[in-house]
Ligand binder design. Sequence first.
Ligand code: PLP
Length: 360
Amino acid sequence: MSIEELARANVRALTPYQSARRLGGNGDVWLNANEYPTAVEFELTQQTLNRYPECQPKLVIERYAEYAGVKPEQVLVSRGADEGIELLIRAFCEPGKDAVLYCPPTYGMYSVSSEAFNVECRTVPTLENWQLDLSGIAEQIEGVKVIYVCSPNNPTGQLINPQDFRVLLEMARGKALVVADEAYIEFCPQATLTGWLEEYPHLVVLRTLSKAFALAGLRCGFTIAAEEVINLLMKVIAPYPLSTPVADIAAQALSPQGINAMRERVAEVLLIRQYLIAGLRETACVEQVFDSETNYVLARITASSAVFKSLWDRGIILRDQNKQPSLSGCLRITVGTRTECERALTALRQQPGLTATEAV
Ligand SMILES: *Cc1c(COP(=O)(O)O)cnc(C)c1O
């Protein structure tokens, strides 16, 4: 047997997640991964690298619990929110029997993680306004153990109606976990569902330090849920999911000063987002700009593939969402620095608009 044939069938069939990093590009303006545009500096304070780290570093857990307004027993820290997505599947879904459900267009890792574990992936596309198709979900919920709902949603940028979340939570009670992926919640903090955890023991909230906290390279995320859910996830997590330097920096980012600095960054991003949206609305090749509660903006663009390529060739890297259901012609643009947004707008304004017949 070839090495290829030795591998599990579902792994052979797998397409790995097309992360912004994997897609490459030779840019100097990176607006494709919803990162914070400049680096925040930290110094390491722990020099005990001869020792294994704590599985769940106490200070990080305590600080995150305080920040999120929950009990430390309700918090799990992991290697990014992506590991949280995976741990839920590992702890709750029987391969070949149970299913995961999500509603495209949305974040790509829900399907990648399910497929890696040979867990069926059920999709119920959103309604035209990108809200949940609740009756469609009701028809598909049999055998589903985990439902992922991203809010605000990546890549569309809008919040899921809280009333729809309530209906979904009632529908799933006793059957499935409802996972609210709040990776971008710092850009609209009033919309968090953490206040509902008491009422719904099957609600799980995912968070990350990768976006508003400007630490995508750190790989640190959080799962917030009932203690019972956290205890089950603790059974399947690696013994040392976070290295000592990661825990050290995460604790600093979650100190009162760290949280203040994050809030200042968010305020700045929101101002630049306003500038970017206003600019896009006055750009010929831009047909539609969607409202955003996040640090990125989705726009429908005339001849979007040619525009994407043209900006790529000039070192301005956006994220093409054209392949997602209901997102034909859509590009996602991260809110970068003001200068980066200016460069993107300038390049977009050199593209032909609706009236032009030829691409540049
Ligand atoms: C960025 C992102 C994540 C991943 O966060 P990490 O902590 O970097 O793994 C999860 N969900 C959504 C919707 C994201 O956009």
